[in-house]
Ligand binder design. Sequence first.
Ligand code: PLP
Length: 381
Amino acid sequence: MNSKIWLSSPHVEDKELDYVNQAFLDNWIAPVGPHIFDFEYAIEDYLEGSNFVTALNSGTASIHVALKLLGVKQNDIVLCQSFTFVATANPITYLGATPVFVDSESETWNMCPKYLEEAIKECIRVNKKPKAIIFVDLYGMPAKIDEILQIGSFYNIPVIEDAAEALGSEYKKQKCGTFGDFSIFSFNGNKIITTSGGGAIVSRNKKDKEKVLFYATQAKEVAVHYQHEEVGYNYRLSNVCAAIGKGQMEVLDKRITQRRFNHSFYQKLFKDNNDIYVFKSVNTDFNSNYWLTCILVSTEASYTNLDLIAYLTIHNIEARPLWKPLHLQPVFQNNLYFGSQVSAGLYNQGVCLPSGSNLSPENRLFIAEVFAKFFKQYSNV
Ligand SMILES: *Cc1c(COP(=O)(O)O)cnc(C)c1O
């Protein structure tokens, strides 16, 4: 049996280990230390413009703090993209607020501006003006960001960009992670770069960064004794993890090139196959990092997305359905949803394919062979 081909596995080398060793030598084995600042500067430098990065211990924590800074409280409503990983919505509930879900449009698979506005109008009509909007750049694909930000600003509702999967992607030549009031990144093991576990919140000014730090380190007031006037969290990234991140930032562009290469590999693989559509940018405004390559299986095909996933799985190739929309998740079954089941349709047809930056030429060859066998089997029935 071949060794397992993963969807997106960590890809680290000697440089990361050197920095981790440095952390050990300096005894900065703590959620403070020089690697944290270096990692934050590296991201700020990469993003360009007026952005202030605070490294936290997860993407989820970053969303939690962003919502907190926007004043989200008990019984508030937050509008949230339905088609995403559950971590986008969970922090809304940590604050006692309620997510109301918005469907995707079919071009970027992200928050549909039309349904976003419909949801806002309906919430305002029942006297529950939303406190914030969270949209996602899913699978690395930038959302229709101008439209979403215009709606947010027209109704005076702050916007959070969940760019957990989109480090290195660009919308109209501007880096994802720089839009809205706050953006967040994740450095979980499966993301485009990893710190083993980690995240970051990107703010647009220094004052907001100071507030992020305040809440992420137990809301400790300036005083020699430990003075606390508000509830805070213990969310800072460890210096050991930041050491990994610092090394990863040095190879980020290479990693993105490798992910995009996988995407073009799959486009070539399926170019004569009318049953498979490879998800891609509709135009050059949307420059995806192609964190994961996703395909849709035509409803006319003689097999389903689940048949394909099962076949890949028995050949030790990891493949998964697309994110199950949150409005279809039992945990959110009582939450309002605005849309026309675009995301549900994608979920029913979609497959995420192995997309790691560490896929080898042999891995790609094997994947191509397994697909060929699969299609042969279905063309004989
Ligand atoms: C991974 C991810 C998160 C959460 O990040 P963690 O670091 O795992 O907490 C949030 N949103 C999206 C879209 C993600 O893919």
